[in-house]
Design a protein around this ligand. Sequence first.
Ligand code: HSE
Length: 433
Amino acid sequence: MTVRKKTIGIGLLGLGTVGTGVFNILKSQAAQIEKKTGVRLEIRKICVRSLKKHRAARASSKVITTRVDDILNDPAVDILVELIGGIHPAKEILLKAFAAGKHVVTANKALLAEEGKVIFLQAARHSRSLGFEASVCGGIPIIQAIREGLASNEISHFLGIVNGTCNSILSAMTQGSVNFETALRQAQEKGYAESDSRLDVDGIDSAHKLAVLARLAFRTEVDFRVIPVEGIRSLSALDIQYAKELGYVIKLLAIGKKTNSGLDLRVHPTMLPTDHPLANVWGVYNAVFLHADQAGDMLFYGRGAGMLPTASAVVGDMIEIAKKIHDGVSSESVFYEPPQKRKVLPIGETVSKYYLRFQVADKPGVLGRIAQTLGRNGISILSVHQKESHPTQSVPVVILTYQARESHLRAALRMIDAQKEVKEKTVVIRVEK
Ligand code: HSE
């Protein structure tokens, strides 16, 4: 009779916000986890950068080390849990961990987005499991849902609010509670923001998560560097206000669509009608709306950042792998097969509806010339809204368009913005339904 391994050894790399959450969940829930799953998760080593730093997690000094090799070389560690983030040295550590026979759980979206190919291959080569639920949408089990629950489906498209920091900032700006800087500071204080918050604000974190989701949903290798990305830094309170008046909200969306000419993947501020399922996702909450061919439309919603939601996803992966070790089941390789590589459409080849705000001199004929230039470039106008006029300053004119190809729009705007009656660079916000 085979003796099944019941206690699974964990090596925790990083004891920051999420690491502390994982430590605390394991401490308080160990008995519950064992009762529910039949496995016991035991922390055997914790690797930190400095022993001097004061920590919220009360770990015994016997398990604390500053040397990663103490985890990699410890035969009592079955699963390495990487929570240090960033590409280097996380990449090298994970490659070594698989080679040393460890399974890995990570929350590292940047690493999977930018170096996913080599990481997944190494896991497959050594028949080890790689859990990465926490890399996208914090506590929402969307990776598991796509990998398993929807495995019999083709996913044609998804729209996601996948960055809690940006959603908190945009929520605050939309609801008029606090300004951009204060909302960002609050997200940093709550442990939602990346250590370099430019990753959040400039849309890069969302693009990392988009690449991970696209890889799974569309079973394709994605070249992260070619995903068009725009953040929320240049969004103005004025456009948020006008959007509201027109019955829309502005969200930073990660968009993934399969089209006949390639994958349409992009991250940018997007206007959504207020009755859209994503329009009422506020604060740190994340949500992904997707279409699966068998199951239809669905919406995943939950806390996308923060200590316990993210730690809960990490622990979920640990349990799944621990159960496999306990049951003697070998790690599946189906998700690690080198997937096909599909072209990511350059932004000029994408198609969208647009909100355009022109700042123009309030003179006869100006609006006519703008409409004519749009028309000549194949852009059809849905509605025109002239805002309050001021005798000495430029007036805002807002135009909503029907669907158009972005390269056509850009060509039209180059001509329009060159006119002397157009006083500022035209604001463009894409609109989704
Ligand atoms: N900075 C990220 C966010 C953390 O705000 O969503 C979770 O990945």
